[in-house]
Design a protein around this ligand. Structure first.
Ligand code: NAP
Length: 190
């Protein structure tokens, strides 16, 4: 949680505090970052749309999303929906694509990229509306996340569990980019 949930928190807060009722879209809503982002955005009172693939639609709903979009059938940048904030954890969209899906005054924050070209696109053409977010763990944010956890508003979803000796297999699974939320490595033996 310290890395992925802090990334979600700082991505969602990069352009200012979330306000209740704001329309927030999470691209990659079932990933390590996205699965926390859906829950944190909901806890802030936002109206949350999660983008994922067909097998994961129910998982995104169970995380609390108000709306789910299947990227295999729907392009969120062309569907007519407009969002006050887009948190893109996938980083597979161009800056013009992201801007097309923003409401007037809306902003986007991107926490990762599928290609160097996408990273350069955001760095060079993003301007103030589409920003790359590099998370830095702070005590304040960890305390805030602890409060959400204790209040039952934030819960890690566990996809797979691996033994310590099987860390290479865990990494190989993560690298496929299909993890459903979190992958856990057991540190204790037995
Ligand atoms: N985890 C961290 O602590 C952390 C911290 C900082 C930055 N980052 C960066 O943030 C990015 C995301 O990290 P992550 O850990 O969340 O990744 P991840 O857990 O590997 O994300 C996998 C998820 O991405 C979804 N996905 C794949 N293609 C998609 C598409 N075209 N549209 C929408 N969703 C898609 C997959 O859903 P489907 O199976 O449904 O396709 C899967 O649930 C990476 O670039 C990473 O380097 C991660």
């Amino acid at each position: 949680m310290p890395m992925a949930a802090v990334t979600a928190l700082q991505g969602l807060g990069h352009h200012g505090d979330l306000r209740p009722g704001q329309r927030v879209l999470i691209n990659g809503a079932t990933g390590g970052v996205g699965s926390f982002a859906v829950q944190i955005a909901k806890a802030s009172g936002a109206e949350v749309t999660g983008v994922t693939s067909t097998p994961n639609l129910d998982l995104v709903r169970s995380l609390g999303a108000d709306h789910v979009l299947d990227y295999t059938t729907t392009d969120f940048t062309r569907g007519g929906g407009r969002y006050d904030l887009i948190l893109d954890t996938v980083g597979n969209r161009s800056v013009p694509d992201l801007k097309r899906a923003l409401a007037p005054g809306g902003r986007a924050a991107v926490t990762g990229f599928t290609t160097v070209a996408r990273l350069l696109g955001v760095s060079l053409r993003g301007g103030k509306d589409v920003a790359q977010v590099q998370a830095h763990v702070t005590t304040r944010d960890l305390e805030l996340l602890s409060e959400l956890i204790e209040a039952g508003k934030l819960r890690p979803q566990i996809d797979r569990r691996y033994r310590f000796a099987d860390i290479p297999a865990a990494i190989a699974y993560l690298e496929q980019g299909r993890a459903r939320a979190k992958v856990v490595v057991a540190m204790a033996s037995g």
